[in-house]
Design a protein around this ligand. Structure first.
Ligand SMILES: [Zn+2]
Ligand SMILES: [Zn+2]
Length: 307
Protein backbone atom coordinates (compact mmCIF):
# COMPACT_ATOMS: atom_id res chain seq x y z
CA UNK A 1 0.00 0.00 0.00
CA UNK A 2 1.52 3.28 -1.14
CA UNK A 3 0.34 6.86 -1.31
CA UNK A 4 1.62 8.54 -4.46
CA UNK A 5 1.33 12.31 -4.92
CA UNK A 6 0.44 13.32 -8.50
CA UNK A 7 -0.28 16.96 -7.69
CA UNK A 8 0.40 18.87 -4.49
CA UNK A 9 -0.17 22.59 -5.12
CA UNK A 10 -2.95 24.91 -4.04
CA UNK A 11 -5.36 26.73 -6.35
CA UNK A 12 -3.53 26.93 -9.69
CA UNK A 13 -0.93 24.80 -11.46
CA UNK A 14 2.58 26.04 -10.72
CA UNK A 15 5.94 25.03 -12.15
CA UNK A 16 6.95 23.02 -9.12
CA UNK A 17 3.57 21.68 -8.09
CA UNK A 18 0.59 20.66 -10.18
CA UNK A 19 -2.91 20.91 -8.71
CA UNK A 20 -4.26 18.20 -6.43
CA UNK A 21 -4.42 14.51 -7.15
CA UNK A 22 -3.33 11.68 -4.89
CA UNK A 23 -3.18 7.99 -5.79
CA UNK A 24 -3.59 5.26 -3.21
CA UNK A 25 -1.85 2.29 -4.79
CA UNK A 26 -3.45 -0.97 -3.71
CA UNK A 27 -1.67 -3.14 -6.26
CA UNK A 28 -0.74 -6.01 -3.95
CA UNK A 29 -4.01 -5.77 -2.05
CA UNK A 30 -6.45 -5.70 -5.00
CA UNK A 31 -4.54 -4.89 -8.20
CA UNK A 32 -6.12 -1.45 -8.15
CA UNK A 33 -5.40 2.24 -7.78
CA UNK A 34 -7.76 4.62 -6.03
CA UNK A 35 -7.51 8.31 -6.87
CA UNK A 36 -8.34 11.18 -4.58
CA UNK A 37 -9.22 14.25 -6.69
CA UNK A 38 -8.12 14.87 -10.25
CA UNK A 39 -7.01 18.46 -10.74
CA UNK A 40 -6.18 19.72 -14.23
CA UNK A 41 -3.51 17.68 -16.06
CA UNK A 42 -3.71 14.74 -13.67
CA UNK A 43 -3.52 12.47 -16.73
CA UNK A 44 -0.34 14.25 -17.87
CA UNK A 45 1.19 13.63 -14.45
CA UNK A 46 0.21 9.95 -14.65
CA UNK A 47 2.17 9.67 -17.92
CA UNK A 48 5.37 10.18 -15.90
CA UNK A 49 4.58 7.30 -13.54
CA UNK A 50 4.07 3.54 -13.66
CA UNK A 51 0.36 3.98 -12.84
CA UNK A 52 -1.92 2.39 -15.43
CA UNK A 53 -5.19 4.31 -15.91
CA UNK A 54 -6.98 0.98 -16.53
CA UNK A 55 -6.10 0.02 -12.94
CA UNK A 56 -8.03 3.00 -11.55
CA UNK A 57 -11.03 1.46 -9.82
CA UNK A 58 -12.38 4.29 -7.69
CA UNK A 59 -12.06 8.07 -7.66
CA UNK A 60 -12.92 9.95 -4.49
CA UNK A 61 -13.59 13.64 -5.07
CA UNK A 62 -13.22 15.79 -1.97
CA UNK A 63 -14.95 18.92 -3.27
CA UNK A 64 -15.94 20.70 -6.46
CA UNK A 65 -13.34 23.50 -6.58
CA UNK A 66 -11.68 23.53 -10.00
CA UNK A 67 -8.19 22.69 -8.75
CA UNK A 68 -9.59 19.32 -7.62
CA UNK A 69 -11.84 18.34 -10.57
CA UNK A 70 -10.78 19.99 -13.85
CA UNK A 71 -8.74 16.94 -14.78
CA UNK A 72 -11.55 14.46 -14.28
CA UNK A 73 -13.38 14.43 -17.67
CA UNK A 74 -10.11 14.12 -19.63
CA UNK A 75 -8.84 11.35 -17.42
CA UNK A 76 -12.11 9.38 -17.66
CA UNK A 77 -12.14 9.83 -21.42
CA UNK A 78 -8.51 8.81 -22.03
CA UNK A 79 -8.94 5.71 -19.87
CA UNK A 80 -11.19 4.33 -22.62
CA UNK A 81 -8.28 4.51 -25.08
CA UNK A 82 -5.79 3.04 -22.63
CA UNK A 83 -7.35 -0.38 -22.29
CA UNK A 84 -9.72 0.55 -19.49
CA UNK A 85 -12.66 -1.84 -19.61
CA UNK A 86 -13.42 -2.44 -15.95
CA UNK A 87 -15.98 -0.36 -14.09
CA UNK A 88 -15.00 2.90 -12.39
CA UNK A 89 -16.90 4.42 -9.49
CA UNK A 90 -16.60 8.12 -8.71
CA UNK A 91 -17.67 9.30 -5.26
CA UNK A 92 -18.17 12.97 -4.49
CA UNK A 93 -20.39 15.75 -3.19
CA UNK A 94 -23.75 16.64 -4.71
CA UNK A 95 -23.14 18.15 -8.15
CA UNK A 96 -20.41 15.72 -9.22
CA UNK A 97 -22.95 13.73 -11.30
CA UNK A 98 -24.06 16.77 -13.27
CA UNK A 99 -20.46 17.94 -13.77
CA UNK A 100 -19.36 14.62 -15.23
CA UNK A 101 -22.54 14.08 -17.23
CA UNK A 102 -22.45 17.55 -18.84
CA UNK A 103 -18.70 17.39 -19.61
CA UNK A 104 -18.94 13.97 -21.22
CA UNK A 105 -22.20 14.49 -23.09
CA UNK A 106 -21.42 17.95 -24.55
CA UNK A 107 -18.06 16.69 -25.78
CA UNK A 108 -19.79 13.57 -27.13
CA UNK A 109 -17.49 11.32 -25.17
CA UNK A 110 -18.49 7.68 -25.06
CA UNK A 111 -16.77 5.47 -22.54
CA UNK A 112 -16.01 1.83 -23.28
CA UNK A 113 -16.44 0.95 -19.64
CA UNK A 114 -19.20 1.37 -17.11
CA UNK A 115 -19.00 4.54 -15.02
CA UNK A 116 -20.87 4.83 -11.75
CA UNK A 117 -21.13 8.19 -10.02
CA UNK A 118 -22.22 8.26 -6.39
CA UNK A 119 -23.19 11.50 -4.67
CA UNK A 120 -22.31 10.84 -1.06
CA UNK A 121 -23.49 11.82 2.39
CA UNK A 122 -21.48 11.48 5.57
CA UNK A 123 -20.89 7.93 6.83
CA UNK A 124 -19.60 4.68 5.36
CA UNK A 125 -19.67 5.15 1.60
CA UNK A 126 -17.98 1.90 0.57
CA UNK A 127 -17.37 -1.46 2.19
CA UNK A 128 -16.29 -4.89 1.01
CA UNK A 129 -14.46 -7.80 2.68
CA UNK A 130 -11.13 -5.93 2.41
CA UNK A 131 -11.76 -2.22 2.93
CA UNK A 132 -14.13 0.31 4.40
CA UNK A 133 -14.22 3.99 3.44
CA UNK A 134 -15.82 6.58 5.66
CA UNK A 135 -16.52 10.19 4.64
CA UNK A 136 -17.17 13.26 6.76
CA UNK A 137 -17.72 16.92 5.98
CA UNK A 138 -14.91 19.37 6.71
CA UNK A 139 -15.05 23.19 6.77
CA UNK A 140 -14.31 24.81 3.44
CA UNK A 141 -17.06 27.20 2.40
CA UNK A 142 -18.46 24.62 -0.03
CA UNK A 143 -19.06 20.98 0.95
CA UNK A 144 -15.61 19.37 1.23
CA UNK A 145 -15.18 15.78 2.36
CA UNK A 146 -12.39 13.96 4.10
CA UNK A 147 -11.95 10.23 3.53
CA UNK A 148 -10.80 7.57 5.97
CA UNK A 149 -9.71 4.34 4.28
CA UNK A 150 -9.68 1.41 6.68
CA UNK A 151 -8.12 -1.89 5.72
CA UNK A 152 -9.84 -4.72 7.59
CA UNK A 153 -7.78 -6.97 9.85
CA UNK A 154 -6.66 -10.18 8.18
CA UNK A 155 -7.09 -13.44 10.12
CA UNK A 156 -3.86 -15.21 10.99
CA UNK A 157 -2.48 -17.94 8.74
CA UNK A 158 -3.53 -21.50 9.45
CA UNK A 159 -0.88 -23.55 11.27
CA UNK A 160 -1.39 -26.59 9.06
CA UNK A 161 1.56 -28.60 10.44
CA UNK A 162 0.35 -28.17 13.99
CA UNK A 163 -3.11 -29.37 12.95
CA UNK A 164 -1.64 -32.45 11.24
CA UNK A 165 0.38 -33.20 14.38
CA UNK A 166 -2.88 -33.07 16.31
CA UNK A 167 -4.23 -35.70 13.91
CA UNK A 168 -6.46 -33.44 11.83
CA UNK A 169 -6.25 -34.17 8.10
CA UNK A 170 -6.46 -31.40 5.46
CA UNK A 171 -9.91 -30.86 3.98
CA UNK A 172 -12.99 -28.69 4.48
CA UNK A 173 -12.28 -28.77 8.22
CA UNK A 174 -9.15 -26.62 7.66
CA UNK A 175 -11.29 -23.95 6.03
CA UNK A 176 -13.70 -23.91 8.97
CA UNK A 177 -10.87 -23.52 11.47
CA UNK A 178 -9.29 -20.76 9.35
CA UNK A 179 -12.56 -18.83 9.37
CA UNK A 180 -12.45 -18.88 13.18
CA UNK A 181 -14.90 -21.67 13.86
CA UNK A 182 -14.49 -24.18 16.73
CA UNK A 183 -14.73 -27.69 15.31
CA UNK A 184 -15.75 -30.92 17.10
CA UNK A 185 -13.82 -33.92 15.76
CA UNK A 186 -15.34 -37.39 15.36
CA UNK A 187 -13.53 -38.57 18.50
CA UNK A 188 -15.19 -35.78 20.47
CA UNK A 189 -12.13 -33.52 20.77
CA UNK A 190 -12.77 -29.80 20.24
CA UNK A 191 -10.37 -27.83 18.06
CA UNK A 192 -10.27 -24.18 19.12
CA UNK A 193 -9.19 -21.97 16.18
CA UNK A 194 -7.12 -19.67 18.41
CA UNK A 195 -4.57 -22.44 19.00
CA UNK A 196 -4.12 -23.17 15.31
CA UNK A 197 -4.00 -19.70 13.79
CA UNK A 198 -1.01 -17.35 13.65
CA UNK A 199 -1.42 -13.76 14.89
CA UNK A 200 -4.03 -11.67 13.04
CA UNK A 201 -2.61 -8.93 10.86
CA UNK A 202 -3.88 -5.49 11.80
CA UNK A 203 -5.27 -3.48 8.90
CA UNK A 204 -3.87 -0.08 8.02
CA UNK A 205 -5.65 3.28 8.06
CA UNK A 206 -5.01 6.12 5.61
CA UNK A 207 -6.82 9.43 5.95
CA UNK A 208 -6.91 11.87 3.03
CA UNK A 209 -8.66 15.16 3.62
CA UNK A 210 -10.02 17.75 1.23
CA UNK A 211 -9.36 21.46 1.69
CA UNK A 212 -10.39 22.57 5.16
CA UNK A 213 -10.02 24.82 8.13
CA UNK A 214 -8.88 23.21 11.38
CA UNK A 215 -11.99 21.22 12.32
CA UNK A 216 -13.34 18.53 14.62
CA UNK A 217 -14.27 16.07 11.86
CA UNK A 218 -10.66 16.00 10.68
CA UNK A 219 -9.76 14.63 14.11
CA UNK A 220 -12.41 11.94 13.90
CA UNK A 221 -11.29 10.82 10.44
CA UNK A 222 -7.62 10.85 11.39
CA UNK A 223 -7.97 8.84 14.63
CA UNK A 224 -4.94 6.49 14.95
CA UNK A 225 -4.24 6.68 11.19
CA UNK A 226 -0.99 5.25 9.85
CA UNK A 227 -0.83 8.24 7.53
CA UNK A 228 -2.75 11.51 7.56
CA UNK A 229 -2.63 13.65 4.42
CA UNK A 230 -3.66 17.15 5.48
CA UNK A 231 -3.63 20.40 3.57
CA UNK A 232 -1.30 23.19 4.73
CA UNK A 233 -2.01 26.06 2.39
CA UNK A 234 -0.48 28.57 4.80
CA UNK A 235 2.51 28.74 7.10
CA UNK A 236 2.42 29.09 10.88
CA UNK A 237 1.29 32.54 11.95
CA UNK A 238 -1.16 32.93 9.06
CA UNK A 239 -4.08 31.51 11.05
CA UNK A 240 -6.23 34.57 10.33
CA UNK A 241 -5.73 34.26 6.56
CA UNK A 242 -6.27 30.51 6.74
CA UNK A 243 -9.55 31.05 8.55
CA UNK A 244 -10.77 33.66 6.06
CA UNK A 245 -10.00 31.45 3.06
CA UNK A 246 -11.19 28.20 4.70
CA UNK A 247 -7.74 26.63 4.72
CA UNK A 248 -5.23 25.42 7.33
CA UNK A 249 -1.72 26.27 8.45
CA UNK A 250 1.19 23.88 8.98
CA UNK A 251 0.70 24.07 12.72
CA UNK A 252 -3.00 23.32 12.53
CA UNK A 253 -2.38 20.21 10.42
CA UNK A 254 0.25 19.08 12.93
CA UNK A 255 -2.15 19.61 15.85
CA UNK A 256 -4.71 17.37 14.18
CA UNK A 257 -2.09 14.63 13.65
CA UNK A 258 -0.93 14.90 17.26
CA UNK A 259 -4.38 14.94 18.87
CA UNK A 260 -5.64 12.11 16.64
CA UNK A 261 -2.67 9.89 17.51
CA UNK A 262 -1.53 9.47 13.89
CA UNK A 263 1.73 7.70 13.07
CA UNK A 264 2.70 9.98 10.22
CA UNK A 265 1.62 13.29 8.69
CA UNK A 266 2.15 14.53 5.17
CA UNK A 267 1.41 18.17 4.38
CA UNK A 268 0.00 18.96 0.94
CA UNK A 269 -1.91 21.64 -1.04
CA UNK A 270 1.10 23.94 -0.69
CA UNK A 271 0.69 27.47 -2.01
CA UNK A 272 3.06 28.59 -4.79
CA UNK A 273 3.98 31.59 -2.61
CA UNK A 274 6.34 29.14 -0.85
CA UNK A 275 9.33 28.28 -3.03
CA UNK A 276 11.57 25.24 -2.68
CA UNK A 277 13.68 26.93 0.02
CA UNK A 278 10.63 27.62 2.15
CA UNK A 279 9.43 23.99 2.14
CA UNK A 280 11.96 22.91 4.75
CA UNK A 281 10.72 25.74 6.95
CA UNK A 282 7.10 24.59 6.55
CA UNK A 283 8.01 21.05 7.61
CA UNK A 284 10.02 22.33 10.55
CA UNK A 285 7.04 24.36 11.79
CA UNK A 286 4.83 21.28 11.80
CA UNK A 287 7.58 19.08 13.28
CA UNK A 288 7.70 21.43 16.27
CA UNK A 289 4.28 20.00 17.14
CA UNK A 290 4.22 16.61 15.44
CA UNK A 291 7.64 15.05 14.89
CA UNK A 292 6.88 12.56 12.11
CA UNK A 293 5.87 15.11 9.46
CA UNK A 294 6.83 15.25 5.80
CA UNK A 295 5.91 17.64 3.02
CA UNK A 296 4.49 16.30 -0.23
CA UNK A 297 6.09 16.88 -3.60
CA UNK A 298 4.78 15.92 -7.02
CA UNK A 299 5.80 12.28 -7.68
CA UNK A 300 6.65 11.58 -4.06
CA UNK A 301 5.59 8.17 -2.76
CA UNK A 302 5.01 7.10 0.85
CA UNK A 303 4.90 3.40 1.61
CA UNK A 304 2.51 2.31 4.36
CA UNK A 305 4.00 -0.81 5.90
CA UNK A 306 2.03 -3.48 7.74
CA UNK A 307 1.29 -2.85 11.39
ZN1 LIG B 1 -7.81 23.36 -3.43
ZN1 LIG C 1 -10.92 24.20 -2.26
Amino acid sequence: MDVFFLGTGAGMPAKLRNVTSIALKLLEERGAVWLFDAGEATQHQILHTSIKPRRIEKIFVTHLHGDHIYGLPGLLSSRSFQGGESEVTVYGPKGIKEYIHVSLSLSQTYLKYSLKVVEIDEGVIFEDEQFLVEARLLEHGIPSYGYRVVEKDKPGTLLADKLKEAGVQPGPIFKRIKSGESVVLEDGRVIEPGEFLGPAQKGRVVTILGDTRYCENALVLAKDADLLVHEATFSKGEEQLAHEYFHSTTNQAAKIALKAGCKQLCLTHISSRYDRNAWRELVAEAQGIFRNTEISEDFKEIHISNR
